[in-house]
Every structure is written in C-alpha cells, then in structure tokens.
Design a binder for this molecule. Structure first.
Ligand SMILES: Nc1nc2c(ncn2[C@@H]2O[C@H](COP(=O)(O)OP(=O)(O)OP(=O)(O)O)[C@@H](O)[C@H]2O)c(=O)[nH]1
Length: 690
C-alpha cells in the first residue's frame, strides 16, 4: 500500500469524515447567496459575485436593508417564503423575474439556518420543453409498469436520462459496510465508460456526506470544473462565522470531491438519496460529461421519479416477501396438521427439512436441544452444533435470534472453523424458557467477485486544509477482488419465517410432550388396573376381580338366558406342604398350579385366586354337567403335574350352576358347600351342589 501506513490511513479517513461539508464557506459559482438577519432587516452575508445580480458593491450591500437592496419581486418572494418557513416548511422555492437585473429569470430557494434567513438564487438558463409534464407522466407510467426491483431500477435510470439529459445514470446500493455497488446503469452512448457491477469503497461517500443526504436528499453539482464562490460575511454584524447550507442547493463542493469527479471524467453530477424505510439504501447518481445546468423543475422531476421507484420497489419487495411467506405457510400447515399423528420435533424436522433446505436456500438445517441434535441436508459435527447452541443460549437467549453471513467475523469462528459453513441463522424454540432448543439454518460460502472501480489499496494521502486526507483516486480502472468466507445474506423475511417455523416446532414439541404424558398416564393406569385386579403371587385374577366378574356374568347370563357355573377348588392338605417344605415352596406350588390350570382353561372362562390355597373358575355358558366335566379334567390334570419338591398334590372341587334368583353370594355359597362336602368325603374329588 505505497508508503501509507494503516495508522496514517485511518487518520486520513477520519479527517475526511470530519470535513464539515455542510458549512463549506462557499457556494457553486453559477448562483448567488444572500443571508439576512432573522427579522429580514439586515444583510448578514453574501456570496462573492452577488454585486452582478444586485448592481451594487459589497460595502454598499452590507450597509443597505433588504428592502432597499433587493429588486421588488425578489423582496416580495422572500417575504412570502418567510411566512411559510415560520410554519415549519424546511425550505421554500419560487420563480422570480428580475426586470432590471441579469439574469432575468431566476429560481430562488429560501431556508433558515440557525434563524438566519438564507436566499439562494439560481439563474434559469434553459426551461424544459412545453411538453415536459407529458414526458414526466409518461416516464412515471413506465416506472409503474415494472414488475421486479431490478426492472424498476433500470427503468429509473432510463427515465432520468430522458428527463435530465445526463449522460450516465447509476443506481448505487450501499452494503452493510457502506461500500457501494452499481446495480443499474443507463448510458446515452456506448462509448461512455460503464460502472455497472463495480463497487466503490465506503470512503468515497464518507459518513458526514451520508448524514447530509438524510437531511437533503438531492445534491446538484452544476460545474465540477468551476472554482467555488466565497461567502463574504458582513463585518459589522456579529454572528457565527459559518453558515450551515444543508437545506439549500448551491452548497459549495469540497475541493477533494471536485478532484474526485475530475479524475472520473465527470463535469457535472446530480445525486438523489434512496431510502429503505428510514435507512439510506443507495443513491441515484447522474453524471454529465460537460458542465450544464438542469432546470429546477427537472430536479423535481428526478426526485419524483426516485420517490415513485421507491414505492414500486417497496411493493415488489412486499410481493416477494409474500411469495416467500406463502411457501413457508405450506410447511407450517404440514407441521400443525391436526389430522396427522403427533411427531417429536426431530421427526418433524426430518419430515419437513428437505422443503426448508430449498425454501431458505441453505445447505443444512439442524435442531439442537441440549446434547441432542438432528440434521437435515449436509451433515455437521454434533459437537459443533452443541457448542454453537450453548453459545447461543448464553448470548442470545434474550432475543432468541442470531444471524450472520460471516461466521469467521463472529465469536463462533472457532466453533465452525473446521466446517465449510459461513452463514448461520439461529432461532430459539420458544417452548423452552431457558431457550436451550435452537433451530439452525446453515449456509456455505458463496465466492463473491467484487469489481472495484479503482484499486482501493492504492490509496495515497494528501494535505488539505492543514490535515492529511485521502487523495481522490486517479484511476477508476476495474480491479477484481474475490471476497471469501461469506455466505448469502439473510433476508428479513427469512428471519421472520424461521421464527414462525421455530414457533411451530415448539407447538409440535409441546403437543408431542402432552401426548407422551398421556401415553405414560395410560400405561400407569393400565399398570394400576393390573395391580388392582391381579393376584400378586400367581398373576391370575384376584378375589376383587373375581367378585366383579361373577356379578357381571350373572347379569349377562340372566339377560341372555344362558347357563353359568362356578367351580371352587382348594388344595388338599396344603398346610402339610408349607410345614414340610417351607412357605416358599408352598408359594411356588401355588404359582405352578395357577399356570397349569390356566393352560387347561377355555378362552372365555375366568380363573382366579379366591383366597389362600382356594381358587375359583367361572365357567361361562356351562351347565352343571359341563362344569363337572371341566372340574374333573382339572382334578386329573393336577394329578399329572410334578410340583418339584412338593411332588404331586390334589385338590377338592365344589361345583354349582346358577339358578333362578341366584346372587353372587348364594351361587358361591352352594359351590362352597359342595367343596366342603368334597373335603369331608375324602378330598381329591369333584362334588356338585344339588
Ligand atoms: N405358602 C403359602 N401358603 C398359604 C398361602 N395362603 C394360604 N396358605 C396356607 O394354606 C394352608 C391352609 O391350611 P388349611 O386351611 O389347614 O387346609 P389344608 O392344609 O389345605 O387342608 P384341607 O384344605 O383341609 O385339605 C395354611 O398352612 C396356609 O398358611 C400362600 O399364599 N402361600
């Protein structure tokens, strides 16, 4: 970088940004400036050359009152303007015909600067043609017919060329670092140099110049080759030394900027600021190859075109955003479809992720919750995602949103260092108070080829007004830079849509959690029911269940006029088993007996433990004979079973069939009595209630 050190460059940049361009102490020499006291009674300052307009010497001018000094039409014009300015209008313009002075036709602009009244007078050289209004209307219509932002900008440059006569019209858009890129251009002849696609460094339009555009959107430099006219202050009046010319049109141009224009081959220039909401978005810049003056009406026409283009672009952006939201909506419907079975967030991501890859133009979408990760698209190391999410939880939980198109310029640089990802859009899942769940959209690098208009590194420094400043570039020859490490930028609607999707995932997650809870509850209920109805030792129905079943089956049998029988059986001499082999062996006998009997049962019959070593069978649709047969079969089955240490055992069976008027207790009582008889008549037998 020549012999310019970084420190010197920074100082020079700073000096450039501090040049007080709004109080230049000069005006452009084609016009005149007069400044009056707030009460319009005294002349405070005039521009050098105003003698020509007023036909008077400066000394006389300063000694005269405005009423004596100004031609009557001008005096009236200012008086009239003052009434408007007092009502808060920032500046007021009027046409003026000067009968006795040259030039005859003027365009005047009045404004207040720290309560000093400033009058700028521009000679009107050439009026626009008579059909100019028709031409403006035609161009406005053309602008209104455009359908994309790019088309609008291109039409704007063409329309401005038609209405202004400038040779090269550019639309220059600022990036986040205030570098500008020419994104639309119109040239009136092929041999005029093109800057389309070229970038200009931020230092070309330093911050205080950008700030001026916020206050006065138009800058008209009529002759970039002319020396500025000094503003002469009335030595007899005390006032601040410099006049703030922000609101006017004649403000003198910084010599550095004039040099810049000269190096570019531009001899007149007009720029109009373009805003997105209230932020400076770009500039419409008109370049002329020869000095010339546009009529103030033409300036207004250009401003009107820019205003219409801005509206148009806003509308087109809204349409584009709407189309994007509509596409997102499809995904949201799928996420929240009540017909679909409820899925876990990671399942939802797997189901919808492919759609999101396309919609957001990303390489990967990931869901991270604690140490759990799900990735759709190109894989990313789990530990990278977990570390990123931890950082996000720590630093961005409050907003629940983080985005960058240059990870290497953020604190996540080290986390993503080993990956190919350069862009991250992260949104917190709002179900999570601690914001530990994050949805991440990841983009890879997009190599950006920047065509700089002139080599930004070939900067030289020069001395200007006692300080070092950047020299205007001598060459604007194209120079190519490859910008690495950046992804496509995240659009506002993408951020908004990502938030919506995270919300939906969170709702999905809550629904899933509720379903999970319901499932758990169902299982717990089932377990509880099992516990309530099952005998813990033998795992067959318990007395509680058997009693309910007897009641139910009696009711069913009565309603459908079916038979029902009850078998109660009791192990013979079971006390002996316990006494001989111990209680544990007794338990095992009970368990094995339950298994053996269950094996022999028909599907419809109900078998359970009635208590101790006593069991009950409800033989559905069985009469006494059927039940007896069943009991007999079971008795024999028991004889065939070897109960390990306990060997074989026998049991006694009592059988009873339901009779008219039977209740649970009467039916069971009869079966019990039959069992009693079986025991008393020698055991190991089946006895039926008569
Ligand atoms: N191991 C074990 N024994 C049980 C259980 N429930 C009852 N018993 C035993 O079963 C035996 C029943 O004895 P008794 O009522 O005298 O009848 P029994 O010895 O089977 O003689 P009979 O019924 O007259 O043939 C007692 O020793 C009880 O302790 C149990 O859950 N496990």
């Amino acid at each position: 970088m020549n012999d310019v050190t970084a420190a010197k460059l920074a100082e020079a940049l700073n000096n450039c940004a501090n040049e007080p361009v709004h109080i230049p102490g000069t005006i452009q020499p084609h016009g005149y400036l007069l400044a009056f006291s707030a009460d319009f009674s005294a002349v405070v300052a005039v521009s050098d050359g105003v003698q020509k307009l007023l036909n008077a010497e400066p000394a006389d001018i300063f000694n005269s009152t405005p009423a004596d000094l100004l031609p009557s039409s001008l005096f009236e014009g200012v008086n009239n303007a003052l009434k408007r300015l007092k009502h808060g209008v920032p500046n007021w313009s009027f046409d003026c015909h000067l009968a006795e002075a040259e030039p005859k036709n003027c365009f005047c602009t009045c404004y207040l600067s720290d309560s000093i009244v400033i009058l700028e007078v521009e000679p009107v050289v050439r009026r626009p043609p008579d059909d100019y209004i028709a031409e403006i209307t035609d161009q406005l219509d053309r602008l209104r017919e455009t359908t994309t932002v790019q088309e609008t900008l291109e039409q704007l440059t063409k329309s401005v060329a038609v209405l202004s006569g400038y040779e090269r019209i550019l639309v220059y858009r600022f990036d986040n670092n205030w570098n500008g890129e020419v994104i639309a251009e119109h040239r009136t002849a092929e041999d005029i140099h093109s800057y389309l696609g070229h970038s200009f460094p931020a230092s070309d339009i330093p911050s205080q110049v950008r700030a001026l555009y916020q206050k006065n959107v138009l800058r008209d430099i009529v002759d970039a080759t002319a020396s500025p006219a000094k503003i002469l202050l009335n030595p007899d009046i005390e006032h601040s030394a410099k006049l703030n010319l922000t609101a006017g049109v004649l403000r003198g141009v910084s010599p550095i900027h004039l040099k810049y224009l000269a190096n570019m081959g531009v001899k007149r220039a007009l720029s109009v600021a373009m805003f997105e909401d209230t932020k400076l978005w770009g500039l419409l810049s008109c370049h002329g190859l020869e000095p010339s003056q546009v009529h103030p009406y033409q300036r207004h026409a250009i401003k009107a075109l820019v205003a219409v283009a801005k509206e148009r672009m806003l509308l087109q952006r809204q349409y584009a955003a709407e189309r994007f939201y509509a596409a997102t909506e499809e995904s949201r419907k799928a996420l929240l479809d009540p017909q679909k079975e409820i899925m876990a967030p990671d399942e939802l991501l797997s189901a919808e992720g492919d759609r999101w890859l396309k919609l957001f133009n990303v390489e990967s979408v990931a869901l991270v919750h604690g140490r759990q990760t799900t990735v759709v698209g190109e894989d990313c190391d789990k530990s990278v995602l977990v570390d990123a999410a931890n950082w996000l939880v720590d630093k961005h939980s409050a907003t629940g949103l983080f985005s960058t198109s240059e990870l290497a310029a953020t604190k996540l640089e080290a986390v993503f260092a080993e990956t190919d990802f350069c862009g991250l859009l992260a949104v917190a899942l709002p179900y999570d108070r601690s914001k530990t769940g994050w949805l991440l959209f990841l983009r890879k690098e997009v190599l950006e080829v920047r065509n700089w208009a002139g080599h930004p590194e070939k900067t030289t420094i020069e001395h200007y007004k006692g300080v070092d400043v950047l020299s205007p570039r001598k060459s604007f020859a194209s120079w190519q830079e490859i910008v690495r490490g950046k992804s496509r930028e995240w659009q506002r609607e993408e951020k908004q849509a990502a938030r919506f999707l995270a919300e939906d995932l969170a709702i999905g997650a809550s629904a899933y959690q509720i379903e999970q809870l319901n499932e758990k509850l169902k299982k717990a209920n089932k377990r509880l029911k099992h516990l309530v109805h099952t005998d813990a030792l033998t795992q067959i129905w318990n007395r509680y269940h058997l009693e309910q079943s007897v009641d139910e089956q009696i009711a069913v049998a009565k309603r459908y006029d079916r038979c029902l029988s009850v078998i109660i059986f009791d192990i013979d001499n079971f006390k002996g088993v316990n006494d001989t082999y111990g209680h544990d062996i007794g338990d095992t006998v009970l368990q094995n007996l339950a298994l053996s009997i269950e094996d022999e049962m028909r599907d419809g019959d109900i078998f359970g433990r009635w208590g101790g070593e006593e069991f009950l069978i409800l033989a559905i649709e069985s009469d006494l004979e059927d039940a007896e047969k069943l009991a007999e079969r079971l008795r024999k089955k028991l004889l065939s079973v070897e109960f390990e240490k306990a060997g074989t055992i026998t049991a006694s069976f009592g059988v009873a069939e339901m009779q008219e008027g039977d209740t649970r207790s009467s039916l069971i009582k009869r079966a019990d009595e039959a069992l009693y008889k079986a025991k008393n008549s020698g055991r190991n037998r089946v006895v039926s209630a008569g």
